[in-house]
Design a protein. Structure first.
Length: 661
């Protein structure tokens, strides 16, 4: 797990040092740069040592089939088949691949997965990519064909940002590193801005900057020394699989086997491995299997607690009592970080760390937990991210399954149901969820499904932008990324699997995994996601729909499968999000921030949003007539991003307040 950056083109080699400094937090253990000025290729690397902690694992790493890996760049001049790489992530099946390659006569000088990647590419070329089980983003220079290869793992667990400038191509693990290039365009992307307001994140490949894009998950980009580019996918979502004919007993047993296998694969490390523990099904199951796998050592678990009952003010259910119940049941140590409304002081630093204006302060939860883990000597944490996205678990999954009771109604009747739901008091959590469920009831089935992912519809979103910005992005359909994905799925894909595909491709990758990577790496800690093991994902995709969502019970077969291993009150507890009491904070701790950042003066000066429309939304939210806390927070995040990265040149804001453990 590391940070990478580099270029191909006519760049000053000193740029590598500046890019490396900007992502130094991602790799506190070592650093390296390499530049070959004759062809204009340069790599920078920040190392977080997880596998093979010795200096032999230093990067950039160079490789020749005859001599193996080395950190000496002179090796590139000694062989026409020499390779160079900077790698971020982990390849969990590297030992199996290494054994196969050794059988082909490959020589190895390290015990790390980075050298296995180089040997695999040397032996199989681009065909090595589908063989990799892991989370990764890397850049590989093939000196024989003078070609740069950039690749990102199938689920996009590891980020990779790209930018084209007049001098050539730039890439980095974090967008802020690209801003070290003075000729990188700083113009905002109007379409991306509309997506940010609609979703609270931006579906890839777009970013807030028109000049910067994210490499799509499961994709590779090749660029030769003449600048000729080619992009293709090597992996995708498994929803092209036929639905299994499997009974409940077989499904439960196979689920346990595959999840145990995923945990075993992802606990491979030369440093201690711990786990997030919310006391929900996903994280609790990981700890249960990690405990079985590591019977000779403890699994340090980490959770968050809110002081003064602040979470209950927002209708949230406290995780802490359930996390304590699971830790005690499994006999594992639990460490709690206590936080309160002081978290609200850290949003500007959060925006800097995230690179993008992601409007989810839950990212701060990750930061605080990872800081606590590092204090306890833990460099790797297992995360339950992805469980809801492959087995179900969000309220929208239940809402979608309930459409069978009303979707057959004629459109006028559905339009009336929508109006009735929207007229209910939005300060009540049940009414708020009902209004969201019926917000797009009058649309056709595909647009209705895509609509579950929007916080604001097209009309409401467009109304918030200034006339100048609306002239550019007003015709953009916020649903388009979701609709394009639905169009790519095989005919006959069940609606629930269609929704899970959108969850996995956008909400998981561009939102949850994005902020988890950025905030964990801010502390120099690696987070692994066993639920995204490819074998487990294929199994989940092939499960009958009735095994996923059955009535109000999401993850139905998963819950049945875990009954022998976890307490029932944990398995069947009410669903709660991994969040913070933002709605309460917007009315209290953040009230002055709202009035400042969304003031008429500020908004007119920036020119992105319409001050009158924004003020109307603020008043509706404060009066309780509409729940607009998250959309308003998104506007704050966008303005804050502009202040940090455009007005102040990307200078690091003050750190977030310390928490108490």
């Amino acid at each position: 797990m590391c940070g990478i950056a580099g270029f191909l083109g006519r760049f000053d080699g000193q740029l590598l040092g500046r890019m490396s400094e900007m992502i130094a937090h991602r790799g506190p253990d070592d650093a390296g740069v390499w530049c070959e000025s004759t062809v204009g290729v340069g790599f920078a690397h920040r190392r977080l040592s997880i596998i093979d902690l010795s200096p032999r694992g230093k990067q950039p790493m160079f490789y020749t089939p005859s001599t193996g890996a080395t950190s000496d760049p002179k090796s590139l001049q000694l062989s026409p088949k020499a390779l160079a790489v900077v790698f971020n992530g982990e390849i969990y099946n590297y030992r199996e691949l290494r054994a196969e390659l050794e059988g082909k006569g490959c020589r190895f000088n390290t015990t790390c997965d980075t050298e296995v990647l180089l040997a695999a590419y040397s032996a199989w070329g681009d065909a090595c990519l589908p063989k990799l089980n892991g989370m990764f983003a890397f850049a590989l220079w093939d000196s024989a064909c003078r070609r740069l290869l950039l690749a990102r793992d199938a689920m996009g667990v590891k980020p990779l940002y790209l930018a084209h400038t007049p001098r050539g191509l730039l890439f980095a693990s974090e967008l802020k590193a690209l801003l070290c290039a003075p000729d990188l365009g700083r113009n905002l992307d109007p379409i991306a801005l509309k997506y940010y307001v609609s979703y609270l994140y931006c579906p890839s490949p777009r970013t807030i900057l028109a000049a910067v894009r994210k490499l799509d998950p499961g994709s590779m980009l090749t660029v030769d020394s003449n600048g000729v580019e080619a992009t293709r996918r090597f992996a995708g979502l498994p929803y092209d699989q036929p639905i299994s004919r499997i009974d409940e007993v077989e499904a439960g047993a196979e689920l346990r086997r595959l999840l145990m296998q995923a945990v075993q694969r992802q606990m491979v490390a030369d440093v201690p491995v711990g786990s997030f523990l919310s006391g929900g099904l996903d994280s609790s199951s990981l700890v249960a299997f990690a405990r079985q796998h590591a019977a000779d050592r403890r699994i340090d678990c980490f959770t968050i607690g809110f002081r003064n009952g602040s979470s209950s003010q927002d209708g949230m259910i406290e995780d802490l009592p359930f996390a304590e119940r699971v830790a005690g049941y499994l006999g594992q140590p639990l460490h709690t970080v206590w936080v309160g409304s002081e978290m609200a002081q850290g949003f500007e630093r959060m925006i800097w760390q995230l690179d993008e204006p992601l409007a989810d302060p839950a990212a701060l939860n990750v930061l605080y937990i990872c800081r606590l883990a590092r204090k306890h000597g833990i460099k790797v944490l297992l995360s339950g991210a992805g469980g809801d996205d492959i087995f179900t678990g969000y309220r929208r999954h239940y809402a979608l399954m309930q459409e069978r009771w009303w979707s057959w109604l004629p459109r006028p009747a559905r339009r009336a149901a929508k109006a009735f739901a929207e007229a209910m008091p939005q300060g009540n959590p049940f009414c708020r969820r009902l209004a969201k469920a019926f917000r797009h009831a009058d649309l056709d089935s595909r647009r209705r499904l895509a609509g579950y992912f929007l916080w604001l519809d097209n009309a409401a979103t467009s109304s918030l932008f200034s006339p100048e910005m609306r002239a550019v992005n007003g015709a953009t359909d916020s649903m388009q990324p979701c609709l394009d994905l639905l169009e790519s799925l095989p005919a006959g894909t069940p609606p629930l699997n269609q929704m899970l595909a959108i969850d996995s491709r956008f909400f998981l990758t561009d939102h949850n995994l994005n902020y988890t990577d950025k905030m964990s790496m801010a502390t120099g800690l690696e987070v692994r996601v066993p639920y995204l093991d490819p074998d487990l994902m294929v199994f989940a995709a092939r499960l009958p729909v009735k095994f996923k969502q059955r009535g109000k019970v999401g993850k139905w077969i998963f819950k049945r499968a875990m009954e022998p291993l976890l307490p029932r009150e944990v398995i069947y507890r009410s669903k709660t999000g991994f969040g913070v009491p933002l709605r309460s904070w917007m009315q209290a701790e953040l009230r002055d921030v709202v009035d400042d950042v969304l003031s008429e003066t500020t908004l007119r000066r920036r020119g992105i949003f319409d001050p009158t429309a924004v003020q109307r939304l603020v008043e509706l939210d404060r009066s309780g007539r509409e729940d607009a806390s998250y959309p308003l927070f998104q506007l704050i995040c966008i303005e804050s991003w502009c202040r940090v990265f455009l007005d102040r040149g990307g200078a690091m804001p003050p750190d977030v307040p310390a928490a108490r453990s």
